[in-house]
Design a protein around this ligand. Structure first.
Ligand SMILES: [Zn+2]
Length: 182
């Protein structure tokens, strides 16, 4: 994953994006849940998160307007969201795996959306051809892999490197734990 300032990228496979967005569950994480928000994006959830200063009023306004689940450890924020009939998921732990487990118990995961979003900005990744990433990612990764994606707003590149195996392992563990509830 690297940043690059080139504007010569030619995305492919953009045809199903509007349907894709429509089907993705929308979430909002409070400011204490940054790592959790990153993981929710990896799982493919459309996740609002900001670490800049934002008031609870503003968070609630965004969640309400964009029809997002409010995911929070903040009892006051959750209370206010519930009062406004918003969908809420209360997090009661600081442990990441447990947080994800608490969320996925309520909000089902769709495998089709895994690893489809930029972890930095939440945008949907676009597949790009191998030629487009030449010289923009480490040579070894370029030689080893054939599939690449880019976040156009961030110009960050993604491929299924060693981090991908770790992510898939964690996703498998969480899914197994969630399914054992059924
Ligand atoms: Zn991005």
């Amino acid at each position: 994953m690297l940043n690059n300032t080139s504007n010569t990228l030619k995305p492919i496979k953009t045809y199903h994006i509007s349907l894709f967005i429509a089907l993705t569950m929308k979430l909002l994480c409070d400011q204490m849940l940054g790592t959790c928000a990153t993981w929710l994006r990896l799982l493919g959830f459309d996740t609002f998160y900001t670490n800049s200063n934002i008031t609870d009023d503003e968070l609630l306004r965004i969640a309400e307007q964009e029809n997002r689940w409010v995911i929070s450890r903040d009892k006051e924020l959750l209370f206010r969201a519930r009062k406004r009939d918003m969908k809420v998921c209360e997090i009661t732990t600081t442990e990441l795996d447990e947080q994800l487990y608490q969320i996925l118990k309520l909000i089902p995961l769709d495998n089709h959306h895994l690893l489809s979003r930029c972890t930095l900005c939440n945008s949907i990744l676009q597949a790009i051809d191998k030629e487009s990433v030449k010289g923009k990612i480490p040579q070894q990764s370029y030689q080893t892999y054939d599939e690449f994606w880019v976040c156009l707003p961030c110009l960050k590149y993604y491929w299924k490197g060693s981090h991908y195996q770790k992510i898939m392992k964690k996703i498998k563990e969480i899914k197994k734990k969630t399914q054992s509830l059924d």
